[in-house]
Design a protein around this ligand. Sequence first.
Ligand SMILES: N[C@@H](CCC(=O)N[C@@H](CS)C(=O)NCC(=O)O)C(=O)O
Length: 222
Amino acid sequence: MYELYWSADTGAFAVQAVLEELGQAYERVVVDTREGRHREPGYTKLNPMQQVPSLRLPDGTVITESAAMVLHLCDAHPERGLLPAPGTTERAVAYRWLFWLATGLYETDLRYYYPERYTADPAGAPAVKQAAHERLDRLVAMAAELLGAGPWVLGERFSAVDIYLFMLVLWHPARAAIFERHPGLGEHARRLRARPAVDRIWALNFPAGRSVWSTWTGSSAS
Ligand SMILES: N[C@@H](CCC(=O)N[C@@H](CS)C(=O)NCC(=O)O)C(=O)O
């Protein structure tokens, strides 16, 4: 069985959603980042970057990096077709998106939410945050452009990349404005939110009153 080292409001959401979509059994091991549990020695042995998520595979191997987990899970359970077959052009497009999202959008989110880590001058943190916000806007606009009419990232085919994109768009500090500015992304998000796999784990990942993403209006106007 898989073990997902998990905390609310983190990249564990994408991995958990993929496990749910794949119908795989897994155990959720809570590593509450708000309580600093990801910095405790037992966990940092598994994830030296002191980040959540981590994933223990059925053979006991632990891997880090959410995009790697998503890729591996889809490869290990290809019958659900959550990614196109390796070697195909569609798969190349999926790789392109996933790597771009993981290294571009996700990393920019980290600069936005932890700006003090990206400057040696504490007074510079607000400027780092502001620059990250502007970059998030640019990258999200690119994602909207690339998505086009969709309905999914790969056109007619739903894939794990849609889950990853959805998560990162949710993390945008001005999500409602983003949906307003890019209606295609809003539609995409609504389609994702409506998936049973996402619905099952929504309240857990975005607990009401605790997460800035907990309020889901589903309306492009809010
Ligand atoms: N590249 C990593 C990034 C993981 C990451 O930064 N996780 C955040 C939550 S979304 C985290 O653990 N934050 C706590 C911290 O950095 O102190 C991945 O994709 O798994």
